[in-house]
Design a protein around this ligand. Sequence first.
Ligand SMILES: Nc1ncnc2c1ncn2[C@@H]1O[C@H](COP(=O)(O)OP(=O)(O)OP(=O)(O)O)[C@@H](O)[C@H]1O
Length: 341
Amino acid sequence: MTLTLSQVAKTFPDGTRALNPTSLEIAEGEILSLLGPSGCGKTTLLRIIAGLEAADAGGTLSFNGEDVTRLPVERRKIGMVFQNYALFPNMSVRGNIGYGLKMAGLPRAEITARVEEVIALCRLQPYAERAITALSGGQRQRVALARAVAPRPRVLLLDEPLSALDAALRTDLRDELADLLRAVGITAVFVTHDQDEAMAIADRVAVMCMGNVLQVGAPEALYRQPADAFVARFVGNAMPLGGEIAGDRLLLDGAVLPLARPADGNTAWVRGEDIALDDAGPLPATVDAVTFLGTHYRIKLTTTGPAPLFALHHGHSAPRPGETVRLSIPPHAILTLPAAA
Ligand SMILES: Nc1ncnc2c1ncn2[C@@H]1O[C@H](COP(=O)(O)OP(=O)(O)OP(=O)(O)O)[C@@H](O)[C@H]1O
């Protein structure tokens, strides 16, 4: 199912403009993540797709070319997975998964067959008769997904489905969720404020800020060619270098860094993985703090720039706080971007 949004906007009755006119196309079987900080409008957009919120006049939403803008939620044939899963605790796994099919009045044999099919797809066979209260967080997540896809919805909407889990489990389950969504093969829209989650699960990510979709693209494209400084900060934690761009050089207080190409009028940004400790490097810095993180050190550095830089250092040892070091940044790793709006 292809999902098309054309100039969809939302102003709440109190005047809050939660979503500016937004146009997006989500391809059949594609998993799109809406990524952005709290309050940027991602839940509002998801609720408009669901039919839980009406879009402002002028916008249209269509499923495979059929205009569903005015269709009520119960007739849109969508599946939803919420933060807290909203499972029925006193029902078995099978009971939860079959619930929507029973409500839809499907024949018993058809319900049984579909429930078994979805149980197998979501690898829930060992737990089919268990009560929800006897399942782990990850197993509950799979049941919620199985229940949502059992009635064969046209699109699956997921609202921060991993946020109720602790950090270690979240990492395991985001990979599992990515696998399951692809196994189910459904068009899906996934809301998160966690960049790692968005990148791990989605085919494409829509980065949102203050009611606007700033950029839509595959995770690698967003990381390598962010459209502006907000996207670069939000996807991959780019940090401002300050200074002034003059043609193909970045002029900093006390250092000149070469750029890959001329970029006048822009601002310069760098990511932690691209900053190297290098005795022959052009940029002097003072070490403020060093954190050992197993695979690498995170080194907080002060330069003449507007904000501290955090370098990810993969060496076997690191300088100590208070030491003066020199840094180099390869020209292609200096992002030259329009300042955020
Ligand atoms: N019913 C409402 N009435 C007025 N304003 C609302 C309403 N619902 C949401 N808003 C406002 O609209 C804006 C977008 O909210 P939304 O819930 O879509 O953001 P979000 O990106 O999903 O944030 P979060 O990650 O915190 O859920 C916010 O400023 C919010 O306060």
